[in-house]
Design a binder for this molecule. Structure first.
Ligand code: AMP
Length: 190
């Protein structure tokens, strides 16, 4: 199973991603996590990304595309993978398409987590992000980036017939059941 999870910040993607990767025995590839790990380890990439991330801006496409290409070259992705937080721009989606086409391993499904932005933003603030003026501005900025650059991906993938919607409003268990139901109907390529 090769899948992408799309949805605004605060839609519960990370939580559900952990269940999916357990159930399907595939790695959870979160670009945000890889970046945060680089920040902690103070790598060149981490130093380059940390200020951008603190502002809530997107890290440049070229940097992210290279990072993902490297991660997807690792052998644990042979059975599939779940991408969480990537792609976030049309450029990234095109780079991913090209990479997967080269390997003849196209995506099976794009799960779109549907939640009104008015419901997602309080969730982000509620988990302790956005305290202080700078942090609040960064949360606002992340939603702007999502609307401007990531939302267009819904159309990009819908054109390819890959998008399945999941109502992301409800308890973790409720959403988990909806996800399982949607995925059980997905035909998985080789
Ligand atoms: P996340 O944990 O997915 O919300 O990502 C945290 C931050 O990392 C984002 O606000 C961006 O600054 C950066 N980031 C993560 N994934 C990407 C991506 N695919 N493209 C650009 N920036 C990203």
């Amino acid at each position: 199973m090769r899948l992408v999870i799309l949805g605004p910040p605060g839609a519960g993607k990370g939580t559900q991603a952990a269940f999916i990767t357990d159930d399907y025995n595939i790695p959870h590839v979160s670009t945000g996590e890889i970046l945060r790990d680089n920040v902690v380890r103070r790598t060149a990439l981490g130093r380059q990304a940390s200020q951008i991330m603190n502002r809530g801006d997107l890290v440049p496409d070229g940097v992210i595309n290279d990072m993902v290409a490297q991660r997807l070259a690792e052998p644990d992705t042979a059975n599939g993978f779940l991408l969480d937080g990537y792609p976030r721009t049309v450029n990234q989606a095109q780079a991913l398409d090209a990479l997967l086409a080269e390997r003849s391993t196209p995506l099976d499904v794009v799960l779109r987590f549907v939640v009104a932005l008015e419901q997602a933003e309080p969730r982000i603030l509620g988990r302790g992000e956005g305290r202080g003026d700078d942090a609040a501005a960064a949360v606002k900025r992340r939603f702007e980036e999502y609307n401007n650059k990531t939302k267009p991906l819904e159309g990009f993938y819908a054109q390819r017939g890959l998008v399945r919607d999941v109502d992301a409003v409800g308890s973790v268990e409720e959403v988990r059941e909806r996800v399982a139901k949607v995925l059980s109907g997905v035909e998985v390529g080789s």
